[in-house]
Design a protein around this ligand. Structure first.
Ligand SMILES: Nc1nc2c(ncn2[C@@H]2O[C@H](COP(=O)(O)OP(=O)(O)OP(=O)(O)O)[C@@H](O)[C@H]2O)c(=O)[nH]1
Ligand code: SF4
Ligand SMILES: [Mg+2]
Length: 403
């Protein structure tokens, strides 16, 4: 349980104004004190996340957040932190005290919820108190449940309601979900060069190995230089070879053409992103504006080496293959004006949840800005499409049809 990546758990986030009873609700769900409760507004400052098994929802990560009506400079920062968690949620619990008239921040939050596709439940807290007349009809239809936080039994009904929504919850898939079966041998190729972190493997590799073990498969891990030797020595044919995108070219050359091959980055394009949109975006590489602008986006401050993929290798390949006068900008922030960009090339997003990545992508899709991820761009640049998409159902076909 402790080793399941947080992104693969069902992410439940409790939101609401200060003193709405969010932390009390969290404690009732956990049947113990995991969050501090007090009548001082703003008691919870930073998001608090704990893991719990919740029936049909399986293993969940539940997060208690700071109040949406927090004020002042610090308050604004807290609200910002809460919002980052809300964007990444699979299921939202909107706690609102029945005994108080709705605040403007609650009205605004309700509007935000209605505009999004994530499942949510209105939790009418303080149901032991007299309801405020203006609260009547605040939560639409039967999208809410009454909650008396002083009665722990109340939380059981909430869990039942949450379980009813389990089919609507879009859980993030694991790296090799649907790609392997038990007793498969999977060969992983991980170059250990200057850009590799010292003394460890990177997160996509670690998560993939763990997923393979969970699925009763065997994982053989080699550097690209030893691949040919070990591949020839194998008596069992690997059902799949997964390589670091940067070694794509050499790995493909060392393997028979009918060996199923893909990259960690493409596994993560499927796990975190919208591979169909990425594939359709490849069209943008044809007739790319001569002085077009490309935004290279990364999701975290990973250790950056001189030959960094996003800053050096991808721009260099792009200028060689697409256009020598194309401008590149590197950023970790979503752009204020997405339409100013002719193309986004995003990192694998291994540190983001699928929901957080989806929130980024939705803005680009709405603005019709094409998006690729590093792995897909590299596979394209090294002439490995559609081969590297073949292990994924329907994606190689989509590539061929998209022309
Ligand atoms: N009567 C009643 N009091 C409640 C209920 N839920 C919470 N309280 C009380 O309301 C106060 C605030 O509860 P918290 O759970 O700390 O509220 P919160 O939303 O986490 O507040 P912040 O962390 O400040 O944002 C505490 O004194 C709780 O005991 C409820 O259902 N009924
Ligand atoms: S989130 Fe992006 S930048 Fe950060 S380690 Fe993962 S792939 Fe690299
Ligand atoms: Mg609290």
């Amino acid at each position: 349980m402790t080793s399941t990546p947080l992104a693969e758990l069902t992410t439940i986030v409790i939101a609401g104004i200060r003193n709405a009873g969010k932390s009390s609700l969290m404690n009732n769900l956990f049947k113990k004190n995991v969050a501090i409760v007090s009548d001082i507004p703003g008691t919870t400052t930073d998001p608090v996340t704990r893991k719990i098994e919740l029936g049909k929802l399986g293993m969940c990560a539940v997060t208690d957040t700071a109040g949406l009506d927090d004020t002042g400079v610090l308050g604004d920062l807290r609200v910002q932190k809460s919002k980052e968690r809300l964007i990444a949620a699979d299921l939202l619990l909107f706690a609102s005290p029945v005994n108080l008239a709705p605040l403007p921040q609650e009205q605004a939050f309700l509007g935000w919820l209605k505009a999004r596709k994530i499942p949510w439940i209105g939790v009418a807290t303080f149901s032991d108190q007299l309801p405020h007349p203006d609260k009547t009809g605040f939560f639409p239809g039967n999208l809410f449940i009454s909650q008396d936080n002083f009665n722990p039994e109340s939380a059981l009904k909430l869990v039942e309601r949450m379980e009813q929504l389990h089919q609507k919850i879009n859980r993030e898939i694991t790296p090799v979900e649907g790609l392997v079966k038990e007793q498969d041998l999977v060969l992983l190729v991980t170059p250990i060069d200057l850009s590799a972190p010292a003394g460890r493997l990177i997160l996509p590799q670690v998560e993939t190995i763990r997923d393979l073990l969970d699925r009763d498969c065997a994982a053989l891990i080699v550097k690209e230089r030893e691949l040919s030797y070990f591949y020839k020595a194998l008596t069992i044919r690997p059902s799949l070879v997964i390589t670091d995108s940067q070694a794509f070219h050499k790995v493909a050359a060392d393997l028979p053409e009918d060996q199923a091959l893909t990259s960690f980055s493409l596994l993560f394009a499927r796990k975190k992103g919208d591979p169909a949109y990425f594939i359709k975006s490849l069209k943008a590489l044809k007739n790319f504006p001569e002085t077009g602008r490309v935004l290279v986006m990364e999701a975290c401050s990973h250790h950056c080496q001189a030959e960094d993929l996003g800053r050096v290798k991808i721009p260099r390949l792009f200028r060689q293959m697409v256009g020598s006068r194309v401008e590149f900008v590197h950023s970790r922030q979503a752009p204020e004006h997405p339409k100013e960009w002719d193309l986004i090339i995003h990192c694998g997003g291994c540190m983001l949840t699928q929901k957080a990545m989806e929130a980024r992508l939705a803005v680009f899709r709405e603005n019709r800005v094409p998006v690729l991820n590093y792995g897909l761009f590299l596979a394209w640049a090294h002439g490995l499409l559609p081969r590297a998409l073949e292990p994924f159902f329907g994606l190689a076909d989509l590539y061929t049809r998209s022309g």
